[in-house]
Design a binder for this molecule. Structure first.
Ligand SMILES: Nc1nc2c(c(=O)[nH]1)N[C@H]1C(S)=C(S)[C@@H](COP(=O)(O)OP(=O)(O)OC[C@H]3O[C@@H](n4cnc5c(=O)[nH]c(N)nc54)[C@H](O)[C@@H]3O)O[C@H]1N2
Ligand SMILES: Nc1nc2c(c(=O)[nH]1)N[C@H]1C(S)=C(S)[C@@H](COP(=O)(O)OP(=O)(O)OC[C@H]3O[C@@H](n4cnc5c(=O)[nH]c(N)nc54)[C@H](O)[C@@H]3O)O[C@H]1N2
Ligand code: SF4
Ligand SMILES: [Mo]
Length: 712
């Protein structure tokens, strides 16, 4: 008897959320419903501990507002007015519209837009890729999360994997750089605490003292977007004081002589002016790094959501090489995704695509893709993502979604802000209703999810939905008839990835958590895939792209540093940082009562100096604004960051649209952010955003539609 048929019991599951930890879960089921979610103590890395978000997951899965049947729009776009239709009606309408668009405008007029609302590979990057590939739709570039930083890491290190979780336990110096692991990767935070018990010093480098910074032995605040300068300042001191590992540099790197010359210009005094970190602290941190072994740097996502984010991660990832950490049991982590890389050709079947040269659309540029791109995007299929909330420039994204000549389908569990703009809404199963395969971009265990509960209402998985659509479109390939198990087996069979040796569907069915074969990691340094096969302190690849070959600090396009501040200040003199909060997962859970109650409301952390200058008091309602939009929230006056930076954590839904007022729903952090593309990997630049803040009272008598103050 499979798990769905047993009304009660405790069943294994995998956390599907876009979180590095990929926890093993236990679902406690009574009368067909999940009543409790706990951690699975048998999981070798997550060991039964899970976060508060997912402990309250049952409320989300059985939420009264789950979408239960397909719907067609009956009111204006964005109004949320829909009528119920059947699946056959929905599927044939979508197929008809897609066929008509393909015939009239070519299939590239259709754009799939998705991300990792569910990390299961079949549902997030399996049958959808096959379907839209076979259709010949425009290709989406999946750049919203970590692509600048991952590219930066790869230019330096080649291979997209770093230190293993258990290695970090041995660190005597543990640096969290631009990450908030207490909220975003709790098991790494547990290992950090264990390392501290074993004698490690914990240093957190961030633009605000987040929950992780509050646990640090030493918190180092800096101006946003200046991490490259800080890392170069550390290198300056390391070379000058003879703290580099010369043998390691000779054997395993290229460009160390050039780098040594290059960093002479980054004196502690100059770097201090740029970053806001006192010169003596730069020296102290460099000495600590140069004299402590093993050391570990956890590179978060924060420093790379910037115009210069690729370079920032590239530069920080050079540091372990300077002190030879990779051969001393230390190192760094950006993402460990590559250890578990699957056979993407078998999973996604790019061979089905009629025109491999079809245009690519960077998902960060969704606003432009919908408003200005030619030839036009006329069909949009959104799933596993909530772009009306999470994508930059949400005012313009919404304007695009309101286009009458855009046919939009949204496949979702809830009537999200994005789904409200759909012409057709399709109900999605939760991951606990599906079969899927899960890897982790942090630990080394692969997991299998099998259905534990029946699909809610008429909901269907992405996998099944794209099969139905393929059938309706007349796609006859076997690829659209394969079972979940067949696709999983094919994806796991990746001869190019030795770490995946011995990981099979059969073992997953029996063992649940199957560890990657980590034996090849013993000669990690021989497996680097840079052009030289070495750690590239000097990168010809970057030079060919027109970027500096050596790590080089370039100021933000939108923003300022301590050195360039005065002339760049302009009308918007504050940097606005909007990282994740503790109780939501991106915009997931922002509609669930328990999670909302824990976060209360959107808050803006503002420094006392900046608050006083504007006459703002703690607890009062303020507006953050720039030319893109307005965000209304409550001020918290605090010195958790340097003056000049304001911080608002969490992505809230705006709720009902107010037609005609693009970006003025006033509850969206991304109403303020830019869709400029980062220096590497096509990455997002969420945190390279400048704003001004005013009291909401002052806003009420302001006349400017862009929200500028009367005098501004
Ligand atoms: N609770 C929770 N967990 C999550 C998520 C969530 O929404 N909520 N999201 C998940 C996802 S998709 C991701 S990508 C990860 C992200 O998780 P992390 O890797 O931890 O990254 P962020 O939380 O985006 O940003 C971390 C920090 O970067 C800081 N920061 C911003 N700009 C700069 C800068 O220029 N320099 C430095 N040094 N720091 C800067 C921010 O202040 C923030 O404290 O978390 C995952 N886990
Ligand atoms: N200002 C600002 N913006 C940011 C960030 C930031 O730090 N600051 N972080 C960025 C980052 S790192 C990321 S990764 C993105 C994340 O952005 P998104 O990937 O859009 O993440 P979520 O907001 O969690 O939305 C995921 C949606 O997928 C739906 N979903 C879940 N499972 C399934 C399924 O099986 N099928 C279907 N069809 N739907 C499903 C959920 O209900 C949810 O609405 O946001 C980015 N946006
Ligand atoms: S969100 Fe992260 S920490 Fe929480 S249960 Fe899921 S994988 Fe674990
Ligand atoms: Mo992300």
């Amino acid at each position: 008897m499979n798990m769905t048929e047993r009304p009660s019991g405790v069943f294994p599951a995998v956390c599907p959320l876009d979180c590095p930890d990929a926890c093993g879960l236990l679902l406690h089921k009574e009368n067909g419903k999940i009543v409790k979610v706990t951690g699975n103590p048998a999981h070798p890395e997550t060991k039964g501990a899970i976060c508060n978000k997912v402990r309250n997951m049952a409320e989300r899965v059985h939420h009264p507002q789950r979408l239960l049947y397909p719907m067609r729009r009956s009111g204006p776009k964005g109004s949320g007015e829909f009528v119920r239709i059947s699946w056959p009606e929905a599927i044939s309408e979508i197929a008809d519209r897609f066929q008509a668009l393909s015939a009239e405008h070519g299939p590239q007029s259709i754009l799939p837009y998705s991300f990792y609302g569910n990390m299961g590979v079949l549902n997030a990057e399996g049958m959808d890729r096959r379907f839209f590939g076979r259709l010949g739709a425009s290709k989406l570039e999946y750049t919203i999360c970590n692509s600048a930083g991952n590219a930066g890491w790869r230019y330096t290190m080649g291979f997209g994997g770093g230190s293993s979780p258990q290695d970090t336990l041995n660190a005597k110096l543990f640096i969290v750089w631009g990450g908030n692991i207490v909220s975003t990767s709790m098991h790494q935070a547990v290992l950090m605490e264990q390392a501290r018990k074993n004698g490690a010093t914990v240093v957190v480098i961030d633009v605000h003292k987040n929950l992780t910074g509050r646990r640090a032995d030493w918190f180092v605040p800096l101006h946003p977007g200046t991490d490259t300068a800080l890392a170069l300042g550390l290198m300056h001191v390391l070379f000058e004081r003879g703290l580099t590992d010369v043998d390691f540099l000779r054997e395993h790197t290229v460009g160390h002589a050039e780098l040594r010359e290059h960093v002479r210009a980054y004196t502690p005094e100059r770097v201090s002016r740029i970053t806001g970190v006192p010169a003596e602290d730069i020296v102290r941190l460099a000495l600590m790094y140069g004299e402590t072994s093993p050391s570990h740097i956890h590179i978060g996502n924060g420093l790379q959501h910037h115009d210069n984010g690729g370079m920032a991660v590239r530069t920080v990832s050079c540091l372990p090489a300077l002190t030879g950490q990779w051969s001393r049991g230390g190192g760094a982590f950006k993402s460990n995704g590559a250890y578990a890389s699957l056979n993407d050709d078998a999973l996604q079947r790019p061979d089905l695509r009629p025109d491999p040269g079809v245009r690519k659309i960077n998902m960060n540029a969704l606003a432009d893709a919908l408003l200005t791109l030619e030839p036009k995007v006329r069909g949009l299929f959104v799933f596993g993502s909530n772009p009306a909330v999470v994508a930059p420039e949400s005012g313009r994204v919404r304007e695009g979604l309101r286009r009458e000549d855009l046919f939009t389908v949204v496949h979702e569990l809830f009537l999200t802000d994005t789904a409200k703009y759909a012409d057709i809404v399709l109900p999605a199963t939760s991951s606990f209703e599906n079969t899927d395969l899960y890897t982790s971009y942090w630990h080394h265990y692969v997991q299998l999810q099998q259905p534990v509960i029946e699909p809610a209402g008429e909901s269907k998985s992405n996998f099944d939905t794209f099969k139905l659509l393929a059938e309706a479109m007349g796609f006859e390939e076997e690829a659209f008839r394969e079972s979940e198990e067949a696709v999983i087996a094919a994806a796991l069979d990746n001869p190019d990835n030795p770490y995946l040796n011995g990981v099979t569907l059969e073992r997953l069915e029996q063992e649940r958590f199957v560890e990657l074969d980590m034996a090849p990691k013993a000669d990690y340094l021989k497996r680097l895939t840079t052009p030289s096969g070495k750690i590239e302190l000097y990168s010809r690849q970057l030079q060919d792209l027109g970027l500096p070959a050596l790590p080089t600090y370039l100021p933000l396009e939108e923003g300022f540093d301590g050195e360039n501040r005065p002339e760049r200040q302009g009308r918007y003199p504050l940097m606005f940082i909007s990282p994740p909060n503790h109780n939501f997962l991106n915009s997931t859970f922002a509609n669930v009562g328990k999670h909302q109650a824990m976060e209360k409301e959107p808050l803006l952390q503002i420094h006392p100096v900046d608050a006083e200058r504007r006459g703002i008091e703690d607890g009062e309602v303020v507006e953050a604004y720039n030319d893109r939009g307005v965000y209304r929230l409550k001020a918290v006056v605090t010195d958790l960051m340097l003056p000049g930076t304001v911080v608002s954590q969490g992505l809230w839904w705006a709720g009902p649209d107010s037609p005609g007022a693009a970006g003025h729903s006033k509850r969206l952090a991304n109403a303020l952010t830019s869709s400029r593309i980062a220096d590497m990997g096509g990455g997002a630049t969420f945190f390279s955003t400048t704003v001004e803040i005013r009291r909401a009272e002052a806003a009420a008598d302001s006349t400017s539609p862009t929200g500028a103050t009367k005098e501004g």
